[in-house]
Design a binder for this molecule. Structure first.
Ligand SMILES: Cc1cc2nc3c(=O)[nH]c(=O)nc-3n(C[C@H](O)[C@H](O)[C@H](O)COP(=O)(O)OP(=O)(O)OC[C@H]3O[C@@H](n4cnc5c(N)ncnc54)[C@H](O)[C@@H]3O)c2cc1C
Length: 371
């Protein structure tokens, strides 16, 4: 989960209306993660013939969408574009979980732990939360300590509780999107596309939504604009005596402007999930070993012991290494290739893209179909 705030204009500039795609045209989407899967599904529903290709399958363990859970929140500082995109995404997630008859959105709320009186990432979103009637609750230090007893609030100035956010089941919903796509008549192919070797899939239009792989696949156009870093999340075992207190804790973000630790407690009974949003080392998403870096884990343990003292010496019950597909400014990228005019690139999720999948895909379709 990335809590950076982004330049609001730069994403929109990529979304100039093109409108060259029509019903009955054929499109190949390469990559069945959150971006490609949802895009394929939306295009299919608009009457396009869609083939979706993935090398290792939807929500596979190498992909960014393959972890158990992802945070969903509208809070994006002063960036109204992402706030609004998430509001639309929430509607679409809810609509789809009803259709799937499976809960994938867990509305635990998001607790922001603010170190200073001014906490831009939340404060600057408050006008948008009011506009959407999705207001947050201010908690002073005393309220915070009383209501959330497992938190050490000594160095926290105040909290904000966003009751509308929570978490999504990531891997599971990515696979549900693919199942839905196939059920509704889309074609899925399990294969690796290697454009550099002259291996070009068919289709009037090709959309490459290959997450962390995109930069390396198109080095000349994207090489230094989408880079892959090694990110880690840890699942710590909670004490049996008060497991429910930890498991029922909301999604939380430690808004310290430095490391941005965050967590998703209780998710799918996997433990108290802690993630660190600091950019990790460059990473090879195909061959990189998925073992945590000892110093990053040690740092996370130090944080955990301080912020949640009851988890001092809690055992690490699982961990996951996951690639961030970082764009230069953290904004998503959707653009037409300069060299191949029927090719589009969709990516740059930059540690915050999962939740937006359905709404971003809708936007992509609107652009391509001129709506
Ligand atoms: C640790 C971590 C925490 C995160 N936390 C959050 C969060 O809390 N909230 C949030 O909204 N987002 C979060 N994100 C970001 C989010 O997970 C990603 O932005 C999103 O999943 C990206 O989806 P994608 O479809 O672009 O990429 P991916 O999910 O990686 O999908 C790309 C797909 O392309 C396929 N592929 C690659 N190369 C080829 C090829 N040559 N041929 C065929 N197929 C190919 C892969 O197999 C893969 O399935 C987090 C990411 C990480 C790593």
């Amino acid at each position: 989960m990335s809590t950076n705030t982004f330049a609001p204009q730069s994403l929109q500039t990529h979304f100039n209306n093109h409108g060259h795609l029509k019903r009955g045209d054929s499109v190949t989407v390469v990559g069945a993660g959150a971006f490609g899967g949802w895009t394929a599904l939306h295009l299919l529903r608009r009457g396009v013939k869609v083939t979706l290709i993935d090398a290792w399958g939807a929500g596979n363990s190498r992909s960014s969408s393959g972890d158990e859970t992802r945070v969903i929140r509208s809070t994006y500082g002063a960036n109204e574009f992402y706030f609004d995109l998430n509001v639309r995404a929430m509607e679409l997630w809810k609509e789809h979980e009803r259709a799937w008859n499976r809960q994938v959105f867990f509305n635990t709320g998001v607790l922001w732990l603010c170190h200073n009186e001014k906490c831009s990432i939340v404060d600057d979103s408050i006008p948008y939360s009011k506009k959407h009637k999705m207001e947050y609750e201010y908690l002073d230090k005393q309220d915070l300590a009383k209501r959330f007893r497992i938190v050490n609030a000594d160095d926290i100035h105040h909290g904000w509780f966003d009751p509308y956010g929570g978490y999504l089941k990531a891997r599971e919903s990515t696979q549900l999107v693919l199942d839905t796509f196939v059920k509704e008549g889309g074609t899925f192919v399990n294969s690796r596309v290697m454009p550099g070797s002259g291996d070009v899939p068919g289709g009037d239009t090709i959309i490459y939504a290959c997450g962390s792989w995109l930069g390396r696949m198109f080095p000349e156009e994207l090489g230094d604009r989408i880079t892959c870093s090694k990110q880690e999340v840890y699942y710590f075992g909670v004490p049996a005596a008060n497991a429910a207190e930890y498991d029922n804790f909301p999604v939380w973000v430690d808004a310290d402007d430095k490391d941005h630790y965050y967590g998703i407690p209780g998710n799918a009974n996997r433990g108290f999930k802690v993630g660190v949003d600091r950019r990790g080392k460059p990473f090879d998403p195909t061959n990189g070993e998925r073992l945590p870096e000892p110093e990053v884990l040690l740092h996370a343990r130090g944080f955990l012991e301080h912020r949640f003292p009851g988890l001092k010496n809690a055992p690490l019950v699982e961990s996951r290494v996951c690639p961030y597909e970082n764009s230069v400014d953290g904004n998503f990228i959707f653009e037409r290739s300069k060299e191949m005019r029927n090719v589009w690139f969709l990516g740059g999720g930059s540690g915050h893209g999962f939740k937006h999948g359905p709404a971003l895909a809708e936007l992509v379709c609107n652009v391509l179909m001129g709506v």
